[in-house]
Write a protein that binds this ligand. Structure first.
Ligand code: PLP
Length: 290
């Protein structure tokens, strides 16, 4: 699609009422704490065939993130209305990223949180990685796997706006020739990707790391495990070391927008997906083209 004509939508909640804005105009104050401190939370939802996917699960996680940051509980019906207003009229042939963003509001002013939504096309590179997979590098996150459970100010399990470390890790991996990252704890356990959950297959079973390591609870992983269980696969949450990932039959980085990206190499060592990615894409309802 021609970059110049990419559709973009911006909306906000004012006193709980959705309002669409001119997407070419600024929508955030320079004093917003989300902008200057990354003090806020967000969710990214896939818009496919014109419909918003996984609204309820994303709103539930947004509620948990708000609680962890001491922000007001998001009004589920107001956010659902804002999402619907943004997606209304979105071209069904274009996959979209709907971001719901809530910040602590303005610096120095006691006021309501800032509640914004944006909708833009899924980047072509993301769609390519869904199709072709990703090479990953293993990088240390610098914490022991039990540190975030002991230290709530580290905001383990919250989807905060503070993603500078996550994107820096991606730049680091990309400079070394990889596409993505798997974070490893200082005690040697697999955690998550900077924007994804790690899932691996051994025979007819799927596995993922435990949430008590402080990783984010992935909505895509939950959806995938539910479908796998219906197909009589086993699922488990388990502590794992990078060597176990290397030995698995297949590894994916899973997330709402990209879906399941097969891991095609780990630290430069090529690996197979065991021919399983089509099955996983089927479970995630990503097989047809939009
Ligand atoms: N882990 C992190 C750190 C993420 O940023 C994301 C997605 O944004 C995920 C996991 C996957 O979450 P979901 O499947 O709900 O998109």
């Amino acid at each position: 699609m021609d970059e110049a004509v990419l559709p973009r939508v911006v909306g906000r909640l004012v006193d709980g009422v959705p309002e669409l804005l001119d997407s070419a105009q600024p929508a955030v104050s320079p004093f917003d704490l989300g902008l200057v401190r990354g003090d806020g939370i967000f969710e990214s939802l896939l818009v496919r065939h014109g419909g918003v996917r996984g609204m309820s699960a994303h709103l539930s996680r947004m509620g948990r993130s708000a609680q962890l940051l001491g922000l007001p509980a998001p009004d589920r019906s107001a956010w659902a209305s804002l999402a619907a207003a943004c997606a209304d009229g979105w071209p069904p042939e274009v996959e979209g990223v709907l971001k719901l963003v809530m910040t602590r509001g303005l610096d120095g002013i006691t006021g309501p949180p800032t509640c914004l939504a944006t909708l833009a096309p899924v980047p072509a590179d993301t769609l390519r990685q869904r199709r072709d997979g990703v090479g990953v590098g293993l990088l240390s996150l610098g914490f022991a796997s039990d540190e975030r459970a002991r230290s709530p100010w580290l905001l383990g399990g919250a989807k905060t706006l503070s993603y500078a470390v996550n994107v820096a890790s991606l730049r680091h991996a990309q400079a070394a020739g990889a596409d993505d990252v798997v974070f490893v704890s200082s005690d040697g356990l697999v955690l998550e990707g900077p924007t994804s959950t790690v899932v691996w297959a051994i025979g007819r079973s799927l596995h993922t790391p435990a949430l008590d390591t402080g990783i984010l609870a992935g909505t895509t992983q939950a959806d995938l495990f539910e479908h796998a269980q219906h197909a009589d696969w086993k699922t488990s949450v388990v502590a794992t070391a990078p060597a176990d990932l290397i030995a698995a039959d297949a590894v994916w980085l899973v997330s709402s927008i990209r879906g399941a990206a097969a891991v095609t190499s780990i630290d430069g060592e090529a690996r197979s997906d065991g021919g399983l990615t089509a099955t996983v894409h089927g479970w995630l309802d990503l097989l047809d083209s939009p």
